[in-house]
Every structure is written in structure tokens, then in C-alpha cells.
Write a protein that binds this ligand. Structure first.
Ligand SMILES: [Zn+2]
Length: 340
């Protein structure tokens, strides 16, 4: 049984996992699929700092193999989603039972052990039983949908409003789809042809290039009103100043993404237009909502290539992903199928 542990920057070690017994409130789960994301590669490469040593892997699903005596609503054989983020348990919000408002959310594969290992023994509240109709690919993207939903919630929009989404690789595309699900009209803005084409394939009406005509195109799409909100994907290569330029006065801009890439923003538009700027970096608190949305077909993953690998070298794949993390081309979903 294997456990892939990151002990330092670009230093991943395969360790033998010990057999462990479970407590009454715990379950034992065989990990079946782990999706390797840009987030994991940035942790591997040291761009995102981790609490070493830590097992890598933020997004994973598995099958329950043992259930503690005091667990409720979960059985052996259930397919489950592992929590990608948890409340810290120490802040004021956590101590007053308002976990979803935790001020120091902990992330799997960064602050606590992730899921690139054969078995996970954990509190049964740390897994969510998956409905049969949510397939493995969609299940692995639950936190993407949860983050998108958290952004939608933060923007406080009404049906028919127009929102710019900057960056349409994978997360940006999902954000645009979630906005459409809520009857918001997304304007997906990117300079990569494939990303624009994929946006059209999932029904996004406005897939625009960030070129000299952008301002005029946004004006036309919004009947001269400019955008009612904007989401700037933190992996976007477009200047955030373009984002503030196409927002109407007194609107909100969300900086959203799993990777905390550093960049600067020109404050002039923010001050003059009296904009509000928020950051959102996880889907904590929105996992159940996201599963429900997937049940209702809110997100179409058909245009994205999927690479399911049952024979893989995690070091090589994390290193390759790290090297191409800032590329505008999305290489497709990379999924490890975990076979004992
Ligand atoms: Zn907390």
C-alpha cells in the first residue's frame, strides 16, 4: 500500500502505508481516483507553500471498505468524495460552530494530508456519499463547482445581469457554466482560441478576445451599461486592469482560483468607480450545493480531454504539470486510477 508524501520542494517520496484500525466515528476508504491539478503541481514545485511532510492530492474519490460502529448514513461499498478543505477548528467562527466562516481554512495536500495514497482512514464527516448519477469525472470537479458557486453567491446578482469571466482554461469555463445555470449572462474573456471555442461548446454566448476591440464588444453585449460584476481567474494572463475597465460603477470584482499566484492591480479604476474587490480560493462550505448542482446537470465536462492513468509516475507528472502550469493551454484532466 502506497502513500505519496511531499517532504520538501519537488521532493516526493513513496512510503509504505501501515494497516490502521478505525475508531467508532471513522471510516476506511480505498482511494479509487485522484485528479492531479495545477494546484497540486504548484504545491509540488514550491510556489504554494505546504506544511511538510504532507501527502499530496486535493481532489479524490474512493469506495468505503470499513465503517465504525457510531457512523450514520454511510455503508461499506458507498462511493464517496473526500473533503478538499476543512475548518481550522481553532478560530472564533469554528469555536462558535460557524465552520463555514472559518478564517483559516485548511487545504488537503497542503495543510493536511491529501489523497494520493491507497487508503484513507478519517472521521466519517470528512467524506460525502456520492449519488450514482454524478459520474467519477464530475465528482472529481466538485470543488471547482463549489468555488464557482461561492463566487456567484458573493457577487449577489440577479437573473439577466452580465458578468465578465477572465480566463477560460478549466475553472473559468466552469465558473461561466455555473453563472449560466443561475441565468446570469457570462462574457468569457481569453486570448486562447481553444478556450474560447470550448466556451462556445458549452453554450456561452459571449466568448471574447482581450484585444483592442474588447471594450467596444463589451459595450455592445451590455447595451452600453458595462458589466454588473467580474470574476478574474487568478491563473489568467490578461491584465487585471482590463477587468476593472469593463466594470460599471459600484460593482464587485472577485479574484478567484485555487492557485494564489501573485500579481498587482492598478487601484485607479477601483477607487474612481468605487468597486469592491474580494478573493475566493476554495469551495469550503459549498460542497453539498455543488453536488446537488451536478445532479441537475449544471456543468458539462464533455469538451475537456480526460487522461486516466493506471500506470503513472507521480513525480514526473507533477514536475511536467509544474513546468506548464502557466500555459494558457489546458492539457486536459489528469486522473490517477489507483489500483492496489
Ligand atoms: Zn476556523
Amino acid at each position: 500500500m502506497n502513500d505519496w508524501i511531499l517532504v520538501g520542494t519537488a521532493s516526493l517520496k513513496k512510503q509504505n502505508q501501515q494497516e490502521s484500525t478505525i475508531a467508532p466515528l471513522e471510516v476506511k476508504v480505498k482511494v479509487t481516483h485522484v485528479m492531479i491539478s495545477n494546484f497540486d503541481s504548484l504545491v509540488y514545485g514550491g510556489t504554494i507553500k505546504a506544511d511538510y511532510p504532507v501527502t499530496v492530492g486535493r481532489f479524490a474519490i474512493g469506495i468505503v471498505t470499513e465503517v465504525g460502529n457510531d457512523c450514520y448514513g454511510i455503508s461499506v461499498g458507498n462511493r464517496v468524495y473526500f473533503q478538499p478543505a476543512k475548518g481550522c477548528g481553532n478560530c472564533f467562527a469554528c469555536k462558535s460552530g460557524k465552520h463555514s466562516r472559518c478564517s483559516d481554512v485548511k487545504i488537503a495536500g497542503k495543510n493536511f494530508n491529501g489523497y494520493l495514497r491507497d487508503f484513507v482512514v478519517c472521521d466519517y464527516h470528512d467524506v460525502t456519499v456520492l449519488p450514482d448519477s454524478v459520474d467519477d469525472f464530475h465528482a472529481l470537479c466538485i470543488e471547482y463547482v463549489a468555488l464557482a458557486e461561492k463566487i456567484y453567491d458573493r457577487l449577489n446578482l440577479s437573473a439577466g445581469q452580465r458578468v465578465a469571466v477572465f480566463g477560460g482554461r478549466f475553472l473559468g469555463n466552469i465558473i461561466a457554466q455555473v453563472l449560466q445555470y443561475h441565468k446570469i449572462i457570462p462574457l468569457l474573456i481569453d486570448n486562447n482560441e481553444k478556450n474560447l471555442k470550448r466556451a462556445s461548446e458549452v453554450g456561452v454566448s459571449y466568448a471574447l478576445r482581450a484585444d483592442d476591440d474588447l471594450y467596444a464588444n463589451v459595450n455592445e453585449a451590455t447595451c452600453g451599461q458595462l458589466c454588473d460584476g467580474a470574476v478574474y481567474n487568478t491563473s489568467s494572463k490578461i491584465s487585471p486592469s482590463v477587468c476593472t475597465a469593463i466594470l460599471a460603477n459600484e460593482k464587485d470584482m472577485v479574484l478567484g482560483g485555487f492557485s494564489n499566484v501573485s500579481f498587482s492591480i492598478n487601484a485607479q479604476d477601483i477607487i474612481e468607480k468605487q468597486l469592491s474587490v474580494y478573493g475566493i480560493s476554495n469551495g469550503y462550505g459549498y460542497i453539498d450545493t455543488a453536488i446537488n448542482m451536478l445532479l441537475h446537470g449544471a456543468v458539462n465536462l464533455a469538451p475537456f480531454e480526460k487522461h486516466v492513468l493506471s500506470d503513472f509516475d507521480p513525480k514526473q507528472i507533477l514536475a511536467d504539470k509544474f513546468a506548464t502550469a502557466s500555459s494558457p493551454n489546458y492539457p486536459g484532466m489528469t486522473i490517477f486510477k489507483m489500483i492496489l
